[in-house]
Design a binder for this molecule. Structure first.
Ligand code: FES
Length: 110
């Protein structure tokens, strides 16, 4: 049984921009890097800003509030690689972007 769920069309994502989606009670930020989608937790672990609204360049999202930076491919906090935010398995099926929320590939480290 697959627990991937469709969250949007690939055509809705743009290089250089984040997109916030709600999946159940979770807010997820989607990004496109060289045509490949990536999904991370949308809420910044510092004070809760939406990461999808930050400055996105070269695979790194910079939080719009205080400039913490996270790599969208694996959730790593660029300035302190021991800390990661959740990122999620993602795939494209028939131009639908699907994510798997049950198994984040990285967890927050307090
Ligand atoms: S809320 Fe993101 S860096 Fe402060």
């Amino acid at each position: 049984m697959s627990d991937f769920q469709t969250v949007c069309k690939l055509s809705e994502l743009r290089e250089g921009e984040g997109k916030t989606i709600a999946v159940g009670k979770k807010m997820i930020a989607l990004f496109l890097v060289n045509g490949e989608p990536h999904a991370i937790e949308d809420m910044c672990p510092h004070m809760g800003a939406s990461l999808a609204g930050g400055y996105f360049d070269n695979g790194v999202i910079t939080c719009p509030w205080h400039a913490w930076r996270f790599r969208v491919t694996d959730g790593t906090w660029v300035d302190n690689p021991r800390v990661k935010i959740s990122c999620y398995a993602i795939r494209v099926v028939d131009s639908n972007v699907q994510i798997q929320l049950t198994k984040p590939t990285a967890e927050k480290i307090p």
